[in-house]
Design a protein around this ligand. Structure first.
Ligand code: BGC
Length: 269
């Protein structure tokens, strides 16, 4: 096999949460383009999920859409059951679903805190736990991949960069960072590969308002000089779950145009 052929995901089955828009939708499409069949999970945007499904089918792969709230244990179990029943046993899981509720610290209600932690952190835990359980039941498929299974969390530059007015979000992503690394440490010997991608400012619905109000200001925080597109992250995830990245384990891959490089120091602080 040539070294780059390993990027193919031919015949593998993937489950992507929050895949009705943005990074999740682009990722589902990228995985299909690389050869995987994909379960498209969504929470409320059924139309968006169907559009993602159409892109998967246009890439010549099978897919299904499945509603489900990642912060609910029974929903998560059902997603994996559906995937197994309709597509087959899962090889790749992308825990992508996430939200932001921005509030000044003293105005932050417990519900604003809880909801973000529930979806971004507890959801990531539930999805990853179910993934590991299912990988172990499935057993190795050496003709498809060198790993028993692959998990990628969609984290954020804010797993490292503090974020005023979004303590709930930054805390959830900081949590995802150590969830990922602890899990990677625990399951690596079982040939389960676990990583995160940490996107910077990507043009999706989550930051639409901020981009409309001040795209220039955001760009000034990005040494590479452009706001990212969902495809920038989708390509990274497709590579991370492929055998081309088989020796990458327990890593948070920052795909942020350099946002985490302390851009305030570009002109010497
Ligand atoms: C947030 C976006 C933000 C980006 C960079 C992401 O994790 O969801 O709203 O634009 O980080 O600050």
């Amino acid at each position: 096999m040539s070294m780059t052929e390993a990027i193919s995901l031919d015949g593998q089955i993937a489950l992507v949460t929050g895949a009705s828009s943005g990074i999740g939708a682009a990722t589902a499409q990228a995985l299909a383009e690389a050869g995987a069949d994909v379960l498209v999970n969504y929470h409320s945007d059924e139309e968006g999920a169907k559009a993602t499904l159409a892109a998967i089918q246009a890439a010549g792969r099978r897919g299904i859409v499945a509603r489900g709230d990642v912060s609910r244990e029974d929903d998560v179990r059902r997603l994996f059951d559906l995937c197994e029943g309709e597509l087959g046993e899962v090889d790749i899981v992308v825990s992508n679903a996430g939200i932001q509720i921005d509030r000044a610290f003293t105005d932050m209600e417990l519900a604003d805190w809880q909801k973000v932690i529930d979806i971004n952190l507890t959801g990531a835990f539930l999805v990853a736990r179910e993934a590991v359980r299912r990988f172990e039941e499935k057993g190795m498929r050496p003709e498809l991949s060198r790993a028993l299974g692959k998990i990628v969390f969609n984290s954020s530059v804010h797993e490292r960069i503090p974020w005023a007015g979004r303590a709930n979000y930054a805390a959830s992503k900081g949590g995802v960072s150590l969830l990922m690394r602890s899990l990677a440490q625990e399951v690596g010997r079982r040939k389960i590969r676990v990583n995160s991608v940490a996107p910077g400012a990507i043009a999706t619905a989550i930051n639409e308002e901020e981009r409309e109000e001040g795209a220039e200001e955001i760009r000034s925080l990005i040494p590479y000089g452009r706001i990212g597109e969902p495809e920038d992250i989708a390509r990274v995830i497709a590579w991370l779950v492929s055998d081309a990245a088989d020796y990458v384990h327990g890593h948070s891959l920052f795909a942020d145009g350099g946002m985490a490089l302390y851009p305030g120091f570009i002109d010497n602080g």
